[in-house]
Each structure stands twice: as C-alpha cells, then as structure tokens.
Design a protein around this ligand. Structure first.
Ligand SMILES: [Zn+2]
Length: 475
C-alpha cells in the first residue's frame, strides 16, 4: 500500500504511517498525540480531513509501545488476540490510543463473532508445535533443562532418583532420562519404578500446568513458534496423549460446617445490601445473611453467602465486605479523622490500624476453589446453558435480576480444578451440546482468566464456549 503524506504544518511531506508512529515529534508529544491534538484543535477542514484519512487508512499500522504486545501493530495484535484490542486497549488511559484502536475496530469488524473456535485452534496448534519441537530436541538439550531444574545428570543418568528413593545408594545407578518409542522423552527410575513423561515431570517439579511447562522449557532452549501450521483441532487433540488427564481433576470432599457464632438474624441486612437493589426476599432465596452485632467470629460486618456442595451440604461461608473498597476507606478515613490526607496516605494510616480492606473472608478450612457458588441449585435444572460469573453478587444479579437461573460464581477470575470438576460432574454427558457463557471483567486480569478458563474447559471436552461482556447484561 502506498504511504500517503501530510500536506500541512510541521508534518508536511512526511509519510502518514511514519508520523503516527513517531515516538517524539516535539517536546514530549508523540506523533499520534500531535495528530489527535491537531484534529481536535484545528479549524482547517483540510487538516482534519487528512488526519481522519490517516486514522481510517493506517490505524492497523499503529505500533503499541507498552504491555505484552509491545512492538506489534494493531493489525498484528488483532491476529493474535482480538479481545486485547476490544476489551483492553479501548480502555487505555490515553485518549489518542483509544481513538486509534476504536477507529481500527470500526473499519475491521470481526468476521466470526462470539465463538472461540479460532482461538481454540490457534492455542492447540501453538502448544502442539512447542511440544513437537521439544520432542525433537537433542538429549543434551533435555539434560540442560534437567540441570536447570536443579538435578545433576550425566549422559542420561541422574546422580540420584529425582523422586528421592536412593539418596544413600551409589550415584548414577537408578534414574534415567531417555527418548521413548513414541518420540517423547521420559524419566524412569529402576529402583522405585516411577516413570514420567518429561514435560509432565517438569509440571510436577515446578508445580505448573502442562502448557506453562511447555513455555518454560521452550524459553530455556530458545524454541520459538513463528508460523503456526493449520491443522484441525480434532487432529491435534488426538496427538495429545490423554488430554483429559492433563487437567488433573481435583475431587475434594469438604466437611459440613456449623453456623454457630455467625449470629445471623433473619431479615436483618445493612443499608449497603439494599443499595445494591436487593430485597430481604432475594437474600433469603439465595441464602444470604448478615453477620451483625451478634456475630462472635471474624465474619462480623460481612454479608455472608452460604456455599453448598452438589449434595446440598453446607461446606463453606464466604463473607463479602459490606463496603466496596472505596466505601471502606472513606468510612475509616472519617472515623480516624484523616480527611485532610491524600487517599494514599489515608490507606497507609488505616492499614497501620490493621483495617486493610479485605473483600472476601472465607470460613476457616473452606477452600472456595473447590466449589462454584450456586452450583448446588443447578443439579436438577436444564442442561442447555450455564453462565459463569466472578463473584457471588454477580450470581445474584444474574439469577434474580436477569432471570438466568443457571449461573455459578468462581469467587475470582479463574476456574480452579475443583470447580472444573463440578462442571464436569454436572454436565459430563452434555459436554458437546451445552453452551457455556463466561462473563468477563473488562480488565487485564479478567481477560487473562478468561483465556485460561476457555482452554481448561476445552480440554475437558466442552465445545461451545462464549464470551459475554459484563456490559451486555447491564450490571
Ligand atoms: Zn527412584
């Protein structure tokens, strides 16, 4: 494409793409800031038209200078991660960045909306390629990785068994690193009989997921994937040995708990609860209580959500601060007479008083990662669709305000193994059909969580996963 030039002022005769990507054009202004400033301020119609044309034609060539895609153009980022543009960059603090990204998106509407097959395809292809390249690496490269993990190994023999069975025996006698018949490396110990695929060994020793291990090993060996070959997902999935076991499903039976000490008084809620638009009836329907003045444990002043397992046993209580973070610090700043200080100084002082904001408080011994909030109510409900949201208040809104009864909450951004296990238990037989809607927060943490959640659900065999932006359901 021919690069058009500007015909006015300071940028006269300069290429549009070049100006747009200039790091500094004068003083502290970048090329893009200069252009956007001129567009807003100039009264000259021609100047406005040229800048508008530059944005429309070349927005895709704009290079991002920060974050995880630093150095890539918007077009390149679009190919890797559309949602980073749509949900993250469009909220950037700098107006000119938001404008250039929005202009790009306006003129490059997404072809396939909603369904994440393309994402799935790319992710599988990418990791498959990494795995292949690791398998194709030399024995000495693999030994280098083993040494990076902290083990001593010479010519394929470990000094001692990496599972620790022969610490007092002769050295280099028992454990081996070898390439197996299937072309992948594995570690085997003759003494204790332990055997493990090399990549899974890395997972075990580093305490990470399969895909993280692939990335880590690739980093050490300098393996890169430049062009991802086009293979069908089904084909690639077959090549992963036992994909389902890659997510080790965590089945944990939680003990039933007692509600002594909470001091719940039926029908009593703080004003902050009603301000969210909920009623006593709503609260009772969802089994939400307030730990008020009769509370004798750490839940005092918290809105408490009872959590049940799929057998309806109460296995936990999650206490949500009745205040938002901002309200919390406002309250304590007033109480401690800190109104004159900046928010930062206020927070420092308040934290000194041991009153740091804690959004959630969990019942001792209860691991919120083991259960999805509200999953117990889904056991006998329709199996056509399920909505997955972050916090328990989001669940309430979906169920009570929007009528989506099949909603569960993760207590955070990502689905833990225990929660994946619950979904598996609930929908094992309809995995190919059920529609899963993930409601994501429009921030980086939310989006990162979303990508991992999609991957984990797909690895479990769920096929129809959709992203729902929170704004679409008007929270
Ligand atoms: Zn051993």
């Amino acid at each position: 494409m021919e690069n058009k030039t500007f015909s006015f002022g300071k940028v006269k005769g300069m290429g549009m793409v070049e100006v747009m990507n200039m790091e500094t054009i004068h003083a502290n202004f970048s090329g893009l800031q200069y252009l956007w400033g001129q567009y807003k301020r100039s009264t000259d119609k021609r100047v406005k038209e040229e800048i508008a044309e530059c944005f429309k034609t070349y927005a895709g060539e704009y290079i991002i200078r920060f974050g995880k895609y630093k150095g890539l153009t918007l077009k390149q980022i679009d190919e890797i991660n559309r949602s980073y543009l749509e949900n993250y960059l469009t909220h950037n603090g700098d107006e000119e960045i938001r404008i250039v990204v929005k202009t790009y998106l306006k003129y490059h509407p997404e072809k396939i909306k909603g369904k994440y097959n393309v994402y799935q395809q790319r992710t599988y292809a990418y990791y498959n390629e990494l795995k292949q390249k690791i398998n194709d690496s030399s024995q000495s490269s693999m030994e280098h990785v083993v040494r990076t993990l902290g083990y001593i190994i010479i010519n394929g023999k470990f000094e001692h068994c990496p599972w620790g069975c022969d610490m007092h025996s002769k050295k280099y006698q028992h454990a081996l690193l070898k390439k197996g018949m299937d072309g992948s490396y594995f570690i085997y110990c003759f003494k204790c009989g332990q055997s493990k695929n090399f990549i899974k060994f890395v997972c075990e020793k580093r305490g990470c997921h399969f895909t993280e291990a692939l990335e880590w090993i690739s980093g050490i060996l300098g393996i890169m994937v430049s062009s991802v070959p086009h293979k069908s997902v089904a084909e690639i999935k077959k090549e992963f040995v036992g994909v389902e076991e890659e997510i080790v499903l965590e089945k944990r039976i939680l003990p039933e708990i007692s509600l002594q000490g909470f001091g719940f008084n039926k029908g009593v809620y703080p004003p902050e609860f009603y301000e969210r638009g909920f009623t006593v009836k709503d609260a009772e329907e969802m089994e939400i209580y307030f730990a008020g003045r009769d509370c004798t444990n750490e839940f005092r002043n918290r809105i408490c959500f009872l959590v049940r397992d799929l057998d309806e046993k109460i296995v936990g209580v999650v206490g949500r601060n009745k205040y938002s973070e901002e309200e919390h610090y406002d309250y304590w700043a007033r109480r401690l007479g800190l109104q004159g200080l900046s928010r930062e100084e206020q927070i420092k002082e308040i934290e000194k008083q041991n009153c740091k904001y804690k959004k959630y408080y969990n019942f001792q011994g209860f691991r919120s990662g083991c259960v999805l909030y509200n999953a117990n109510r889904l056991v006998n409900s329709s199996k056509e669709e399920v909505f997955i949201v972050e916090g328990p208040f989001d669940v309430m809104k979906m169920v009570l305000k929007h009528g989506y009864k099949n909603t569960v909450g993760m207590f955070g951004h990502s689905l833990s193994k225990g929660q994946l296990y619950q979904l598996y238990q609930l929908y094992e037989n309809v995995r190919e059909k059920i529609k899963i809607y993930l409601l994501v927060d429009n921030d980086e943490a939310g989006l990162k969580g979303f990508e991992n959640n999609v991957k984990n659900l797909q690895e479990l065999g769920f096929k129809n996963i959709y992203k729902c932006q929170v704004k679409n359901v008007t929270f």
